[in-house]
Structures are given as structure tokens and as C-alpha cells.
Design a protein around this ligand. Structure first.
Ligand SMILES: CC(C)(COP(=O)(O)OP(=O)(O)OC[C@H]1O[C@@H](n2cnc3c(N)ncnc32)[C@H](O)[C@@H]1OP(=O)(O)O)[C@@H](O)C(=O)NCCC(=O)NCCS
Length: 186
């Protein structure tokens, strides 16, 4: 789906824009995918695994998500540069259409500026607008205190642990935590 455009101000005073992805974001998105993979252990790709992402693939992904009625990508741009994005998707199967999955990542230079908070506010609004959705779900990797703080601030709580779900290149095994946030319906 195409989301509404949102302008807001970062904690450091810069202006930011949130909107659906456009073709002009393709190179910025590829750069973001590669750079962010090397900036944190808490996202599920290493930089060398980003060679599978291509301009054609990104265009097809943008077009598919923008045309979908069950998913949205929210891109955050600062001075025209892709700072990061988040996504929400759900399905139409009767038994599971009440569950929406979300994920988020930003370039390190834009952490702690309130972007995550603003993106989550908008994803929650999207979930609330879909009458089928009763809960939002996400996972985070052990040790990601910044992400956990954001998620708890936005109303998520831990509901499960998957032991040793992540194995880093050096062999370190990390647990993955599952969180949910209920969507209140009258
Ligand atoms: C996790 C992430 C999306 C958060 O986005 P963000 O824009 O930095 O988040 P915000 O600035 O909106 O809010 C972060 C909150 O955590 C707090 N925080 C920051 N660092 C913290 C830490 N080490 N421990 C606890 N809280 C922390 C901030 O104070 C802020 O709360 P406040 O607004 O009440 O002051 C972003 O840091 C990121 O992209 N990280 C790398 C990728 C990643 O981990 N993605 C999530 C995978 S599950």
C-alpha cells in the first residue's frame, strides 16, 4: 500500500520525511542495506550477503509492496538520503490474518533521533486501521538494548525466547526474543 507522507523534525533539528518507496530511492536503499549490515550484529545479514540485492530486485520489491493491500514499507529520508526503513505485513488467511509482523533498521548515523519512534507510531496507526489486525509481532536479538527500549516504549512486551537462534561468524550464539503488542478494539 502507499502510505501517507509525514514530515517531522529530528531531535537534532533536521527535517525528515517518511513515505512509501519510489524508484529514486533504489540506489539509496541498496547503500543502506549494505552499510547497515556492517554497522550492527543485530540485523540478519552480513555485508557480503547483500550482493543478492540488485536495482531490478529493489524496483520489483517496491512495486510489489506499494501495490499490496497487506504490506507497507515506510522509508525515512533525511535531505533526500535513505536513512532507513521499516515494514509491516500481514496475510489474509482466516486463522492468522489478525497478526501483523513488523521490522525496522536505520543507518547508525541516524540512531537516537526519534525516527524509530515516529516510524512505529505510523505502523501502529496502519495496524489500527485494518480491522482484522489484533496484534503486532516482532523479534529482536539478545543484547539489542536500544531496539528493546524502543519496542517497550511503543507498547510491546516479550512473549518468548528462541535459544541460539542467531549464530555469528565467530561462532557466538545469541538468543532471539519475540514480542507482541495488542491492538485494542472496542
Ligand atoms: C533500533 C532502532 C531501530 C531504534 O531506532 P531509533 O530511531 O534509534 O529510536 P528512537 O530514537 O526513536 O528511540 C530509541 C529510544 O531508546 C533509548 N535508547 C537509546 N539507546 C539505548 C540503550 N542503549 N539502552 C536503552 N535505551 C536506549 C533512547 O533514549 C530512545 O528513547 P526516548 O525517545 O524515550 O529517549 C535503531 O537504533 C536501529 O536501526 N538499530 C540498528 C538496527 C536494529 O537493531 N534494528 C532492529 C532489529 S530487531
Amino acid at each position: 500500500m502507499i502510505i501517507r507522507e509525514i514530515e517531522f523534525t529530528l531531535k537534532d533539528g533536521r527535517k525528515a520525511l517518511i513515505r512509501s518507496p519510489k524508484d529514486e530511492d533504489i540506489q539509496g536503499m541498496l547503500d543502506y542495506l549494505y552499510i547497515s549490515a556492517g554497522e550492527t550484529e543485530f540485523i540478519l545479514r552480513y555485508p557480503e550477503e547483500c550482493s543478492k540485492y540488485t536495482p531490478e530486485g529493489e524496483k520489483a520489491l517496491f512495486d510489489s509492496i506499494n501495490a499490496s493491500e497487506t504490506q507497507a514499507m515506510l522509508v525515512c529520508l533525511i535531505d533526500g538520503k535513505v536513512a532507513g526503513n521499516c515494514g509491516i505485513h500481514w496475510n489474509t488467511a482466516i486463522k492468522t490474518r489478525h497478526r501483523a509482523s513488523v521490522a525496522i533498521a536505520l543507518l547508525k548515523e541516524y540512531w537516537n533521533q526519534g525516527i524509530g519512534t515516529r516510524l512505529f507510531q505510523e505502523m501502529i496507526r496502519i495496524a489500527e486501521e485494518n480491522e482484522n489486525i489484533l496484534q503486532m509481532e516482532l523479534d529482536f536479538v539478545e543484547g539489542n538494548t536500544r531496539a528493546r527500549a524502543l519496542y517497550e516504549k511503543m507498547g510491546f512486551r516479550i512473549v518468548g525466547i528462541k535459544p541460539n537462534a542467531i549464530r555469528l561468524k565467530d561462532g557466538t550464539l545469541l538468543n532471539e526474543y519475540s514480542m507482541i503488542r495488542e491492538i485494542k478494539r472496542m
